[in-house]
Design a protein around this ligand. Sequence first.
Ligand SMILES: NC(=O)C1=CN([C@@H]2O[C@H](COP(=O)(O)OP(=O)(O)OC[C@H]3O[C@@H](n4cnc5c(N)ncnc54)[C@H](O)[C@@H]3O)[C@@H](O)[C@H]2O)C=CC1
Ligand SMILES: O=C(O)CCC(=O)C(=O)O
Length: 488
Amino acid sequence: MTTFQVEQTYSNYINGEWVKATSGETEPSINPANRKEVVGYVPTSGVEDLNRAVAAAKEAAKDWRRLSGAERGNYLFQAANVLERRADEVAEAMTREMGKTLPEAKGETLRGVAILRYYAGEGMRKTGDVIPSTDSEALMFTTRVPLGVVGVIAPWNFPVAIPIWKTAPALIYGNTVVLKPAQETAVTAAKVMECFEEAGIPAGVLNLVCGRGSVIGSALAEHPDVGGITFTGSNEVGKRVGGAALARGAKYQLEMGGKNPIIIAADADLDLAVEATISGGLKSTGQKCTATSKVIIERKVYDAFKEKLLSQIQEIRLGDGMSSGSWMGPCASEGQLNTVLSYIQKGQDEGAVLLTGGKRGDGPGLEEGFYVQPTVFEGVESHMSIAREEIFGPVLALIAVDSLEEAIEAANDSDYGLSASIYTQNVGAMLSFIRDMDAGLVRINAETAGVELQAPFGGMKMSSSHSREQGQAAIEFFTAIKTVFVKS
Ligand SMILES: NC(=O)C1=CN([C@@H]2O[C@H](COP(=O)(O)OP(=O)(O)OC[C@H]3O[C@@H](n4cnc5c(N)ncnc54)[C@H](O)[C@@H]3O)[C@@H](O)[C@H]2O)C=CC1
Ligand SMILES: O=C(O)CCC(=O)C(=O)O
């Protein structure tokens, strides 16, 4: 039984206390499935609120970094237990606030629990190496130290998993954190923060400041007391955040867009390939940086694949993510809906052929939501906007090719390089794809989306700042190496 209540007013969490924005201002976070429902009122904070949070985090860092990894890990284990107990409530907040279906939201929340437990365990693992010195009387080794205060700028599409996969490693390696969630999902962020509070996280170690990206996000990136900034979101903002951190010598990590291809080889199991294309491209309404966007099909199986794909897409039920019959929820906001519709228009204007969808979702119960129909284009050419730019919506572009070489070339013809997949039964084709595909995640007979928390995650080209998140790779960003030379 969930206890989530709509229309509550939320606060910032600074130095272990729930506090209103200094201005007292709030704004409504609305349900994208029903614009008339206010999920909650969230603070519209100013720079003075952010400064207080950074000061609290800086002060708390002095003791937090001195705790053992096991002691810090215990707080994460406790937070995982609370989040697990409150998973229904947190998942409901997420579905109401950003629209993904309740089973997806529950899955993401439990993924948050698993991430917390994974990083809690990291507190007991090694942080350095002994390296032989040329001086036989000396001991030389590496150790790792935290960056200090870490700023986390999170998007709305994974409002539990992304803040947690950034915050948990930051904390376990001894940093303190100021989290700025996307304003669209600030209620869900406050729920996650309540779990840390209930777990007894010491005051100042983890702080939440809600507000506009242009105010709070940019002030966090520019703050002289923030030693590292980790960001997920658009390329445009990511470049600005990275530039601000670079200018003052802080560390930065950017995870940005994708234009992820799936290749359907002539020998693919077409039923599985269709399933993966739909799941990878349309789940979460296509709002994943790993979502499938370009579907590159060998001409020999093009018609058979297209027919199966279109017939299964007709079965997709749009609706409020809270109701069990819905397979696909709305876009997360009106702005996102308009972006998707404008790409669909561009696709038509630039000469692609619309096979299905292309309009706002309509019908009983959809009137007040930001729904868009699952959409498929064919005749897509590489210069078209829908073949090049991240749409972040349920839009698939079909591209026919004559060979595997041509398929990989089309897949690589992108400014992005986050995730890519191929359906084939030929080992040679798999190996060529693994070797030649320029993407941080290369998946064989699996959809483009789907990230495992214990493995490195990140992209090539414009998809990221080339660092990796998650798994043990996270230690590289959230710590600095110290080389120690000791002689008696
Ligand atoms: N890689 C991914 O997972 C994501 C990609 N996107 C892409 O970005 C597009 C736009 O979505 P938005 O929500 O507008 O993304 P965004 O990049 O504006 O938002 C991401 C985060 O950055 C913050 N932010 C905004 N302006 C900022 C600034 N000047 N300085 C520092 N932080 C700032 C936002 O408040 C939010 O917390 C989407 O259509 C999609 O293509 C969006 C969200 C996640
Ligand atoms: O595919 C996933 O599970 C992760 C996607 C992601 O990181 C994103 O959309 O920002």
